[in-house]
Design a protein around this ligand. Structure first.
Ligand SMILES: Nc1ncnc2c1ncn2[C@@H]1O[C@H](COP(=O)(O)OP(=O)(O)O)[C@@H](O)[C@H]1O
Ligand SMILES: [Mg+2]
Length: 273
C-alpha cells in the first residue's frame, strides 16, 4: 500500500515546553490510525503539525511523497487533508446545511466576482455539483432530519456529527479527527464509531483519530501509536500495543508487576496515583 503521510523526526517546542520530541511514523493509504496517550502527551500538537496549524521546530512532513512542511493549512487542505477539532468549531447561528457548505469553500472556483456570469461560466453547474456532494454526506451521516436546524440548537452528539460532515465536505483523502467522541454517551459513541469505520471503508478516506476511549480505539483501529510526554513510546496493531508493558505503565497507569497485594497498598501510594 502507498504511503499517505510520513512524519519524520518532528519536534515542537513552546518556549521551554517540549510538546513533541523526535516523533516519526508513517500511515498507509486507507489506514485507520489512532493516536492515544495521556492528557498533554502531544496528540493535538501532532495533528496540528499535520494540518499546518503548528510549524514543527524540527523535522519534516510528507503527504503522498510530497514535502508539505512549509505549506499553509489552506494549501494542505487543497491537497486533501481535512480535520475536525477537539473543541467544537461550528457556526452556531447557521443551519446544518450551511455549516456543511462552508466545508466546501476552498473547492469553489467561482466566487462573487464571477457571480454575475453565473449562467455563462459554469458557476451554476458547479453549484449543483456542490449540492449533490453535500446531500450525499447528509445522507451518509443521517443528518436528513436536522438539515435545516440551527447548528447551535442541536444536542452535543449531533453537533459533533455536523462537524464531521463539514470536514468530509472538503472531500479529504486524509481526515484528522481530534477526539470525535469526547463527551458523548455510549450510544452516540457507537454511532460515531460506525460512521468513522464507514467513511474509512466506503469513502476510502485514510483516518488519523485521537481518542480516549480505549474500547473504541482497540475495536476499530488498524494501527495505534502511543505518545507520552511528547515521545512515541509504542506503535503497532491494537493487540500488540495493548500488551506493551511501557504502554500499560504510562497510559493505563499499571505497574510492571503487581508487587504488593492491592489490599496492602498504603494510603500514600493511593493518593499518589
Ligand atoms: N499553543 C500552545 N502554546 C503553548 N503550549 C502548548 C500549545 N499547544 C500545546 N501546548 C503544550 O504542549 C503539550 C502537549 O499538548 P497537546 O498536544 O494539546 O496534548 P494532548 O492533545 O495530548 O492532550 C502540553 O504541555 C501543552 O500545554
Ligand atoms: Mg488534545
Amino acid at each position: 500500500m502507498a504511503t499517505s503521510l510520513e512524519v519524520r523526526g518532528v519536534s515542537l517546542r513552546f518556549g521551554g515546553v517540549r510538546a513533541l520530541t523526535d516523533v516519526s511514523f508513517a500511515i498507509r493509504e486507507g489506514e485507520l490510525f489512532s493516536i492515544i496517550g495521556p492528557n498533554g502527551a502531544g496528540k493535538t500538537s501532532i495533528v496540528n503539525c499535520i494540518s499546518g496549524r503548528y510549524k514543527p521546530t524540527e523535522g519534516q512532513l510528507f503527504y503522498r511523497d510530497r514535502d508539505i512542511t512549509g505549506l499553509t493549512p489552506n494549501a494542505r487542505a487543497s491537497l486533501g487533508i481535512g480535520r475536525t477539532f477537539q473543541n467544537l468549531a461550528l457556526f452556531h447561528h447557521m443551519s446544518v446545511l450551511d455549516n456543511i457548505m462552508v466545508g466546501r469553500h476552498h473547492l469553489l472556483r467561482n466566487n462573487f466576482l464571477t457571480g454575475s456570469l453565473y449562467w455563462l461560466t459554469g458557476a451554476r453547474k458547479e453549484e449543483l455539483e456542490h449540492r449533490r456532494k453535500v446531500e450525499e454526506i447528509i445522507d451518509f451521516l443521517d443528518l436528513q432530519p436536522v438539515r435545516k436546524a440551527t447548528a447551535g440548537t442541536l444536542p452535543y452528539g449531533l453537533r459533533k456529527r455536523v462537524e464531521l460532515a463539514r470536514a468530509m465536505a472538503l472531500e479529504p483523502r486524509l481526515i484528522l479527527l481530534d477526539e470525535p467522541m469526547a463527551g458523548m454517551n455510549f450510544e452516540e459513541k457507537e454511532d460515531m464509531a460506525r460512521y468513522i469505520v464507514d467513511l474509512n471503508e466506503e469513502f476510502g478516506m485514510t483516518v488519523v483519530m485521537i481518542e480516549h476511549d480505549m474500547g473504541v480505539v482497540m475495536d476499530i483501529s488498524h494501527r495505534v501509536m502511543v505518545l507520552d510526554f511528547g515521545k512515541k513510546i509504542a506503535e503497532g496493531d491494537p493487540a500488540t500495543v495493548l500488551a506493551d508493558p511501557h504502554v500499560r505503565r504510562a497510559y493505563l497507569g499499571e505497574e510492571d508487576e503487581v508487587l504488593v497485594d492491592p489490599d496492602d497498598a498504603s494510603p500514600a501510594q493511593e493518593s499518589a496515583a
